[in-house]
Design a binder for this molecule. Structure first.
Ligand code: PEP
Ligand code: MN
Length: 337
């Protein structure tokens, strides 16, 4: 259920309603809005308590939410969410996140961070912990990679987006990351999602490679129900019969997610296509489709990359892509960040 407070409801009235919800044994989630505050209720099995809440001062309405993903839903939060991150933001504009698949060494990370900040890109991706399909492939530098990312942040001010693979490392990764990435293989790792619900950093939740929109939004609900309001959704391609690209980038999910949820949704055209030459077209398509941004793989020398070189843009390739987004963003009246 969702309690809709009246426009002039006081903080005391809001707190009294939240207390009452706790007395029922449920969890209140206060959602401040531009005009009025709403309070989402989770843990309740049915409409009991509705009449009692309706009688409380400052309460305008108590509505039933029809979908399982309550806090993720637009029903609870009609305005699109915007999350300030490292001097920029995700949501309400088109935010570009770019960088190598993996942290390979300090030099390439600092070089990439300087290149990105020079262009005006404020968030860099790079994995220190890599979920690789083969146990014989490069698994990432781990702790050493985190230290390199921390240095890049210190020296350039760039925000860091990096993957967390398991519960044990979550707190450590959260010390360095501005955004915690959950990979496609972990979208339904519910113990990891529960843990990240308690972390005070935004989470970038990639869509499982065979997940329906409902499964994806319910995974996001785990994070939000645990107390983490800052969830960024990321479409990175799904498994289909098609083999002309690594995955099938499902851009059609963008308007669907925008309709169902207030959370920002960004596109990963690198894993979505698997080929650098297809990345620019799908990046521009993502902007046109109404996505909130991109996460793109870029490497100083893609031919020598330790992971995902084939789908990584060179610096020149990325600069050309970034420049090509500007006139398109202007036409669409979208801010490019
Ligand atoms: C990545 O971003 O490098 C990655 C491993 O992504 P995904 O989880 O989408 O495969
Ligand atoms: Mn990758």
């Amino acid at each position: 259920m969702l309690v809709v407070m009246s426009v002039g409801a006081t903080p005391e009235q809001i707190e009294a309603v939240a207390d009452r919800i706790r007395q029922f044994g449920y969890t209140p989630h206060v959602i401040p809005g531009g005009i009025r505050t709403a309070i989402g209720i989770t843990g309740n099995k049915g409409p009991e308590g509705r009449e009692l809440l309706l009688m409380m001062p400052g309460v305008e309405d108590v509505v039933r939410i029809t979908v399982g993903y309550k806090l993720v839903s637009r029903e609870t939060h009609p305005q699109p969410s915007v999350f300030p991150i490292a001097g920029t933001a995700v949501g309400g504009a088109f935010t570009v996140i770019a960088g190598p698949c993996s942290v390979e060494n300090e030099a390439m990370i600092l070089e990439t961070a300087r290149f990105m900040t020079g262009l005006g890109v404020r968030l860099m991706r790079a994995g220190a912990f890599k979920p690789r399909t083969s146990p014989y492939s490069f698994q990432g530098l781990g702790e050493e990679g985190l230290a390199i990312l921390a240095k890049a942040r210190r020296e350039t001010g760039i925000g860091i987006v990096t993957e967390v693979m398991d519960v044990e490392m979550a707190d450590r990764v959260a010390e360095v990351a501005d955004v915690l990435q959950v990979g496609t293989r972990n979208m339904q790792n519910y113990s990891l999602l529960r843990k990240l619900g308690t972390v005070r950093k935004p989470v970038l939740l990639k869509r499982g490679m065979a997940a329906t929109v409902e499964e994806w939004l319910l995974a996001a609900e785990y994070l939000m129900a645990g107390g983490n309001r800052q969830v960024i959704l990321c479409e990175r391609g799904v498994r289909t019969f098609a083999d002309h690209t690594r995955n099938t980038l499902d851009l059609s999910i963008v308007p669907v997610v925008k309709h169902l949820s207030h959370l920002p949704v960004i596109i990963d055209p690198s894993h979505g296509t698997g080929r650098a030459e297809y990345v620019p077209a799908m990046s521009r398509a993502a902007l046109a489709a109404g996505a909130d941004g991109l996460i793109v793989e870029v490497h100083p020398d893609p031919r020598c990359a330790l992971s995902d070189g084939q789908q990584s843009l060179s610096f020149d390739g990325f600069r050309a892509l970034y420049e090509s987004l500007k006139p398109l963003a202007d036409v669409l009246r979208v801010t490019l960040r």
